[in-house]
Design a protein around this ligand. Sequence first.
Ligand SMILES: [Zn+2]
Length: 55
Amino acid sequence: MVKASSEVEACPECDSANVYRRITAGPDQKDYRCGVCGETFAEPVTRAPKYSGKS
Ligand SMILES: [Zn+2]
């Protein structure tokens, strides 16, 4: 088994890796926020980094 150690955290809505941890989030708030679409979520999805496409 190959461990995917190079995975990045991504937004579950738009798949952007531009997600931020909200350290000031309260107990009833989501911990992460997407910097692209503004979605908030408790846990980001993980995927392999994207190298293709627009640069
Ligand atoms: Zn997003």
